[in-house]
Write a protein that binds this ligand. Structure first.
Ligand SMILES: [Zn+2]
Length: 281
């Protein structure tokens, strides 16, 4: 697949959000230390590499042929999980189980919290990152839209193989995604763009969009889609599915399956490597 999501489009569009601008002003005035670790003993919990970027070669596994997009941190259930930097809560919910168009079931990841962080661009050139905290317990301490400071308690690693953590062995799956938070996850963006280029066009209600698309974030909750040739436009709400596990649409959690194709891997940072460079010890 050749298409790469346009980070520039998202970054520019996200800059229009007053909440993010305010966040940016605050973080730009603070200096060291910028980041901290999500758990005490994080590096020990990695048990080596933490499997970041590992290729799964297990025929029969739902993850066969995909890459692990985060690090697995093997620390006990109940371990505190904290914000690595000041940020805004973009997702705090029990993640939905959903079925994609190929009828593949994407099992829930238990309780999940996603933060969006706004940095000075000199931080490795990353002005905006999202941190993903997956397989948490039900006792989440933050809510959607809430501002958190670096070190704030978000929740705890969920109980071993429990309903609250998605029935996984107790661990934290921690990922850092480059760019602003958008619920139009990369695979869906690719599908929208492919549909617009198809013979039928991208049909959204009465609107038909054809050819190249631009995606632009509008405020805190919407994405504006426009055909570059002016043939059509549509506004999609980013809030659909974000807090409603029941009947949830494939939303951000489709993006955060934990595993993904190779072209998606480049959108994720190796968390421990990044944190070693920027976190207080
Ligand atoms: Zn994992």
């Amino acid at each position: 697949m050749s298409f790469q999501p346009s980070r520039r489009t998202f970054a520019l569009a996200a800059a229009a959000s007053p909440a993010l601008l305010a966040l940016g002003r605050r973080s730009s005035s603070s200096r060291q230390p910028r980041l901290s670790w999500p758990c005490a003993d994080y590096q020990r919990g990695l048990r080596g590499t933490g499997n970041f970027g590992a290729y799964i070669d297990k025929p029969g596994s739902a993850f066969h042929g995909s890459w692990h997009l985060a690090e697995d941190v093997w620390l006990p259930a109940g371990t505190e999980v904290r914000a690595i930097a000041d940020g805004i809560v973009r997702y705090s919910a029990f993640s939905p189980t959903w079925t994609d168009e190929r009828r593949v079931v994407h099992w829930n990841l238990g309780n999940v919290i996603v933060l969006e962080h706004d940095f000075d661009p000199e931080l490795d050139g990353h002005a905006r990152l999202c941190s993903f905290h997956v397989h948490l317990g039900a006792d989440r301490r933050v809510e959607l839209g809430e501002r958190v400071e670096r070190g704030a308690l978000l929740g705890r690693i969920g109980a071993d193989r429990s309903e609250e953590n998605g029935r996984y062995p107790a661990h934290l799956h921690f990922g850092i995604h480059v760019g602003a938070y958008v619920q139009i996850y990369p695979q869906l963006e690719r599908e929208l763009r492919a549909a617009a280029k198809s013979e039928r066009g991208l049909v959204l209600g009465p609107n038909v969009l054809r050819g190249e698309l631009t995606l632009e974030r509008r405020g805190a909750s919407d994405v504006f889609l426009q055909a570059a040739d002016g043939s059509g436009s549509a506004l999609l709400s980013l809030l659909v599915g974000s807090t409603a596990p029941e009947h949830a649409a494939p939303d951000i959690m489709g993006w955060c399956q934990g595993y993904g194709p190779k072209e998606v891997l480049g959108e994720w940072l190796a968390p421990a490597k990044f944190l070693r460079a920027h976190a207080a010890t």
